[in-house]
Design a protein around this ligand. Structure first.
Ligand code: ASP
Length: 458
């Protein structure tokens, strides 16, 4: 795989990995490695046809097709969830330790964090706006016999609409666990994320020798988890087939309406953030021409769209931000690689819309307080998302778990996940690059986007 080779970013003043350097792969080689979308698209088409034809009563050897795909789909979900705890914690620990180690928690580090969090929050609120306007899950909730267990829904409604105060307090309590091993073993994600942030910070502050040992240990854990995730994702077309056909077995093609609305909500949200939100920030906070920045980032955006992996796109992103947008290596080598591991604005927007969609599909009217909880969870979960294809599925499982919503809810939108992944990855990469420009400009770098990058090509 490619991403782990780029996980360790160039230090200040270093060059990008050279074309002959160990493990370096050019973007065109990377593309060859990402053939999977077609398998996934085929699986979706087959699942829709198979699910709507067979229905939930069709049997083979006395067993319903429904229970077969249900079991296989659950195994796939379990395999995805398997890596959540080590993947998220090692990703955060190495990311935070790195920024601290690079002398980062100073002014530039603080600014970088502020822009990461600010842009992600803007993205999430835009997503929240569209999911509330379009209400995509409502169509799913109204399909008769939609496979959603009424008792389970009643319990969820009670929990999320009448006891939201309790849910919020519980979430607050989970943030600081009294026993970190318990938090890890029970998969309490908030406690795990809080501890990982703290641990990463501490690792960056201890003596160099032990600090490097701990960092390289967690780097190894991260790379191994990515590899396991990659193995699991090899089965993505089969997992998608089972989970999507299960949905269509119970609802027939009526599910297409809610999935289409969901896609519209995500695309409108991503589009608004990409074409309006970020350009406004570039113009008014950075004082640069947004059009120049779109031109500068062209190659990285295309790579992100075709690979669905912001980590695999990292070398191209760094190249565009430094050479085409003119951001100094000092800022670029801190903001862009770190952003690739912890700043996922497009994914954060997607996770928020997805969690709201699942809740709506279960017929739950989400109160304002719970919506804020979802915003918070999306922000936190996006920090732990790895920059690889379909990584948000893991984060969404995490959010659903905290809210008490069933994990199989992701089957409702899995049919469009891959397509939306291409779009949100493009937004993630663009957002990282905008943060680099904003940090550089507010640090007084005058050269940034001072010329039309198209002139560079002449
Ligand atoms: N594919 C995304 C990325 O690499 C992560 C996600 O699944 O949202 O940035």
């Amino acid at each position: 795989m490619i991403w782990e080779e780029f996980r360790t970013p160039p230090k200040f003043g270093c060059e990008l990995p050279g074309p002959k350097g160990p493990g370096f792969r050019r973007p065109d080689e990377m593309k060859k490695k990402h053939k999977q979308p077609w398998g996934v698209f085929l699986a979706i088409a087959l699942a829709i046809a198979f699910g709507s034809t067979v229905g939930d009563k069709g049997t083979i050897f006395g067993v319903t097709f429904y229970s077969i795909v249900d079991v296989l789909g659950t195994i796939f979900l379990n395999a995805l969830t398997l890596v959540v705890v080590p993947l998220v914690s090692s990703s955060i620990i190495t990311g935070i330790a790195r920024i601290g180690g690079d002398g980062g928690f100073g002014r530039v580090g603080a600014k970088t964090f502020a822009f990461y969090i600010g842009t992600s929050l803007i993205a999430i609120f835009i997503g929240l706006f569209f999911v509330n306007i379009l209400h995509p899950g409502a169509a799913q909730a109204m399909i008769p016999g939609n496979g959603i267990d009424p008792e389970q829904v009643a319990a969820l409604k009670e929990r999320l609409t009448h006891q939201e105060g309790k849910v919020l307090l519980n979430v607050l309590l989970q943030i600081v666990p009294s026993n970190v091993i318990n938090a890890f073993s029970q998969g309490q994600m908030l406690g795990l994320i809080f501890f990982s942030l703290l641990f990463g910070y501490a690792v960056s502050k201890i003596e160099k020798g032990p600090s490097e040992t701990v960092q390289s240990f967690f780097q190894g854990v991260f790379q191994s988890m990515i590899r396991i995730t990659h193995v699991v994702l090899k089965f993505l077309p089969y997992g998608v087939f089972c989970l999507v056909s299960k949905v269509f077995m119970t609802t027939g093609i009526s599910s297409l309406q809610s999935v289409t609305l969901f896609t519209c909500a995500v695309l409108l949200g991503l589009g608004t953030f990409f074409f309006i939100g970020l350009p406004l920030l570039l113009k008014f906070v950075g004082g640069v021409n947004p059009l120049y920045h779109f031109k500068a980032m062209g190659p990285a955006l295309i790579t992100a769209f075709s690979t669905s992996s912001s980590s695999a796109t990292l070398p191209v992103t760094i190249d565009c931000v430094e050479k085409r947008a003119g951001v100094s290596n000092r800022i670029c080598s801190l903001v862009v690689p770190l952003g690739t591991s912890i700043n996922m604005s497009g994914s954060a927007l997607y996770e928020c819309v997805a969690a709201m969609f699942v809740a709506q599909a279960y017929g739950i009217e989400i109160s304002l307080a719970t919506q804020f909880l979802i915003v918070f969870l999306s922000l936190i979960a996006s920090i732990g998302v790895a920059g690889i294809p379909s990584a948000s599925l893991v984060a969404i499982l995490l959010i659903l778990r905290v809210l008490g919503l069933p994990a199989e809810g992701i089957g409702l939108f899995l049919a469009v996940d891959r397509l939306l992944d291409m779009c949100r990855t493009t937004v993630n990469v663009f957002s990282d690059s905008c943060c680099a420009v904003l940090v550089a400009r507010t640090e007084g770098e005058k050269k940034v986007l001072s010329k039309d990058p198209a002139e560079l090509e002449e």
